[in-house]
Design a protein around this ligand. Sequence first.
Ligand code: BEZ
Ligand code: FE
Length: 295
Amino acid sequence: MSSDLTEETITEAVQRTFDTSTDPRFRQLFVSLVQHLHDFARDVRLTGDEWFTATDFIERLGKISSPTRQEVVLLSDILGLSMLLDKFNEDTGESATDSALLGPFYVEGRPTAENGDNISNGVAGTPMFVTGRVVDEQGRPIAGAHVDTWHSDGTGFYDVQLTEPLHGEFAMRALLTTDRKGRFWYRSITPRYYPVPTDGPCGEIMRTAHRSVMRPQHVHFWFKADGYQPLITQLFLKDDPYIDRDAVFSAQDSLKADFVRHEPGVAPDGTPVDEPFVTLDWTFTLAADNIGATR
Ligand code: BEZ
Ligand code: FE
């Protein structure tokens, strides 16, 4: 290694230290990372004080993180990196439904439900009737697909964030299975927009940038079916006040949906409803699993 390093030569000197790696992908990742990090520092003429602020920030990201508080993932989300990866790892066909982030509120062990069930588990709110169809890229129904769905309540909180009246029980989430025509349907309550967590280091970035911290009203879905690529996505209220400034860049045009408001009457599944209610109907298209793996 040369000892007369300059601002220009140091980058290559560091990169050469990865030549001894026997893992080509590891080497490629670090050589490129060093290149971009050094170019960034040169580009903005990063000061020592600024780098100290950054290292303190990274340390605080780690300290606040836990299995239920994913601040590092949130940083990736608010910087658009999570959605960027989603986009270029999305090896789907032309007509498959676009993906959106999983988010931190998916939990293992959610209850299974039958089509038609009310999955709100007693949480009060405006009734919402969701009807969906799962099809392949030729429009043929996919029977027996697993449909995970979860969403917030009418004040923007998920069950795992509520203490009353749930006491640790699940609500507004379930695992359903499509019928032989690829259909699934359930009753719940209408969700609402909510902020991403802002009491940690990511909140500082968003406040300093005067950015919106809100996620527009949405319902999450995760589809799994043998012979098809899994699909993690969300449907968004198309006229939500935050629809064009989703804090995590997931609200794409193709996923903007009508949450149709109805006066008291009869729900799509024939249930009489004596208060105003909302319906959400969507067809989800799964891409064939080219590898042919069975899940
Ligand atoms: C969500 O959709 O639940 C979510 C996604 C990313 C950050 C925060 C929340
Ligand atoms: Fe969400």
